[in-house]
Design a protein around this ligand. Structure first.
Ligand SMILES: *[C@@H]1O[C@H](CO)[C@@H](O)[C@H](O)[C@H]1NC(C)=O
Ligand SMILES: *[C@@H]1O[C@H](CO)[C@@H](O)[C@H](O)[C@H]1NC(C)=O
Ligand SMILES: *[C@@H]1O[C@H](CO)[C@@H](O)[C@H](O)[C@H]1NC(C)=O
Ligand SMILES: *[C@@H]1O[C@H](CO)[C@@H](O)[C@H](O)[C@H]1NC(C)=O
Ligand SMILES: *[C@@H]1O[C@H](CO)[C@@H](O)[C@H](O)[C@H]1NC(C)=O
Ligand SMILES: *[C@@H]1O[C@H](CO)[C@@H](O)[C@H](O)[C@H]1NC(C)=O
Length: 539
């Protein structure tokens, strides 16, 4: 008896047992793992109340305190998936999921529909901030929690470790922190023995930095370079052309790139309705040699007018853009190459850009967040900050204590590639370290009696001399915190992501994670939720 796959799927509908073939990467292409057919992303960005993106995006206008997890509400997934399927969508990009929620139902419905997921790891309040970049304990916890939440689903292609973090010449140093995140998340996926999933980056399209950006993330050791490159491109507006839109130039730039590249967002809306004539180019023979498709920005209509549909409660209305995209998608056929017939020559990484006036991120990356190290450090201090200080006081105290020149152990400079061993610790812990440095210096001068005070914000605690692992870690960090700590936290099996050894558990954390200090440059802590915001396109 011949049992048709379709009939089987129909029988099982409701109990939903279908699973997808994982997507694997070979050099610069995606493939279905089992049959080796090349995989092209026909993607749609799928996240409600997320209005920061688009070509004229302003990330600071998006609500940075909340987000709606698009994969946690099965009723919305059920409502929307048919509309995605009708566009031949095989991938959605989600920008922020809540790792504490259950995603089984949405992920199964998506799998049943043959739809894969690429998820950003950050959230509006927890991301690498371009003007005050850090790769720290809190972000490590957020990123690993998202990976833990999604790793079990075969329809996850991978993750973005950042979206448009560096976006112009003034903030290229921030890319070092993103690349450190890439390195640590790749190591984390390996250490946890998860299925191979890629860790990539999604960039804006700024003519001053785009070549250096692409080279930087694809240079140096494989262990710290990206697995795929997402490009947020809004340069094809109205009836443009392959040449005029800049697509031709971009395609040439990526000809020898050694990992897959695709549009992580596209769909300029300066001419509306959007007729999506770029779809034929993107999935045509010329571009598919270099690109693996793209993700249309976006499903939901929001204030920024990029929606394909408008949603109200349980009802979905197709907007004009939807029908145009649908027509275009229906007529593309990208066949590509099969894995077995693929003999790539572009396997070499790029050279890292030289640090100069146009590029400020060193090849030398920030240290891995290591909660155990921070916890050992705090336990070893005599003078520590009071748990009750407010976030405003915290900023002032950094300002004051770092003015005494005792902050080398807690600062990070991605341009010089010099990072304090404790630069990845929580703000409270960093402040305690600096206060104690000052206190110890005063003791040495015979002025110790009143030096641990800081207007009543600091006090002394009992310490015992460090032993075991703490003693080793602190020895590597050195008394001023300027040494480098070799231990890879994931390799030792001691997760830096909190748990009982975390410094956050040992000491109350006063500062909400959404507050970022420009260290002692008080006032520099404007929260720019870096998950959004495409800069102006300068061609
Ligand atoms: C390979 O598998 C995918 C999904 O499992 C399917 O869409 C595709 O058609 C298959 N390729 C071939 C050549 O059968
Ligand atoms: C942002 O979200 C918070 C919490 O839900 C809400 O109180 C606030 O009004 C929202 N702000 C804007 C601008 O939507
Ligand atoms: C560069 O980006 C910063 C945000 O990091 C912004 O304040 C500044 O205006 C931008 N500069 C230019 C020249 O676009
Ligand atoms: C774009 O081209 C299509 C087909 O060639 C045409 O129908 C449409 O009116 C043009 N749109 C604009 C804005 O020029
Ligand atoms: C990549 O393709 C080459 C050529 O077909 C093949 O030898 C190799 O095993 C493939 N690697 C992966 C990871 O699929
Ligand atoms: C890094 O160090 C260089 C050289 O001392 C300095 O010019 C630059 O301002 C520093 N950057 C940061 C972010 O502190």
């Amino acid at each position: 008896m011949k049992f048709s796959v379709l009939a089987g799927a129909a029988l099982l509908a409701g109990t939903a047992l279908a699973d997808v073939d994982p997507i694997v990467i070979n050099t610069s292409k995606f493939f279905y793992k089992t049959n080796g057919t090349e995989f092209f992303i026909r993607g749609v960005a799928y996240q409600q109340d997320y209005s920061g993106g688009g070509a004229n995006g302003d990330s600071s206008s998006s609500n940075s305190s909340t987000y709606v997890d698009p994969l946690a509400d099965s009723a919305s997934c059920q409502r929307d998936i048919p509309y995605l399927v009708a566009l031949r969508t095989n991938t959605i990009r989600v920008y922020a999921i809540d790792p504490t929620k259950n995603h089984d139902q949405c992920m199964q419905m998506l799998a049943d529909a043959g739809i894969y997921v690429i998820s950003d790891l950050s959230s509006p309040s927890q991301s690498i901030i371009r003007d005050d970049p850090q790769w720290n304990i809190a972000l490590y916890q957020r990123y690993t929690a998202v990976i833990d939440a999604l790793a079990k689903y075969n329809n996850v292609i991978g993750f973005f470790a950042g979206n448009e973090v560096s976006n112009n010449l003034t903030n290229t140093d921030a890319s070092a922190f993103v690349k450190a995140a890439v390195r640590d998340m790749k190591a984390y996926i390996k250490a946890k023995n998860y299925r191979t999933m890629g860790v990539g980056y999604a960039t804006n399209d700024d003519s001053d930095i785009r070549v250096n950006m692409a080279n930087y993330f694809n240079c140096g050791s494989r262990d710290s370079s990206i697995d795929f490159w997402g490009y947020n491109v809004y340069s094809w507006c109205g009836n443009s052309s392959y040449q005029k839109s800049g697509y031709e130039a971009r395609t040439q730039e990526f000809q020898s790139y050694s990992v897959p590249v695709f549009f992580a967002e596209y769909g300029c809306n300066t001419v509306r309705p959007r007729q999506f004539s770029e779809v034929a180019a993107l999935f045509g023979d010329t571009m598919t040699k270099v690109w693996s498709g793209g993700v249309v920005y976006m499903y939901f209509e929001e204030a920024n007018n990029y929606g394909l549909v408008s949603v109200s409660g349980n009802s979905v209305s197709k907007l004009p853009d939807y029908s145009y995209l649908s027509q275009e998608m229906a007529s593309v056929t990208a066949t590509g190459v099969s894995n077995s017939a693929y003999h790539p020559s572009n396997t070499a990484a790029q050279s890292c850009p030289t640090v100069d006036s146009k590029w400020a991120a060193s090849e030398k990356l920030p240290p891995s967040p290591n909660a155990q190290l921070c916890s050992c450090m705090v336990s070893s201090l005599t003078c520590v900050v009071q748990a009750s200080v407010s976030s405003k006081q915290l900023a002032q105290l950094f300002n004051q204590v770092c003015g005494y020149g005792v902050c080398n152990g807690i600062t990070a400079n991605a341009t010089t590639g010099v990072y304090g061993a404790y630069s990845m610790c929580a703000d409270m812990d960093k402040l305690s370290f600096a206060m104690d440095q000052y206190f110890q210096a005063q003791i040495a001068k015979g002025n110790g009696a009143s030096a641990c005070d800081f207007g009543g914000s600091a006090s002394t605690q009992a310490t015992s001399s460090p032993s075991g692992t703490c003693s080793v870690l602190l020895g590597q960090a050195g008394s001023q915190g300027t040494g480098s700590v070799a231990a890879n936290p994931t390799a030792t099996g001691s997760s830096p992501s909190g748990g009982s050894s975390s410094s956050a558990a040992a000491r109350p954390v006063a500062a909400p994670s959404s507050v970022h200090f420009g260290m002692w440059q008080v006032g520099a802590y404007v929260v720019t939720a870096a998950i959004a915001g495409v800069g102006m396109i300068i061609l």
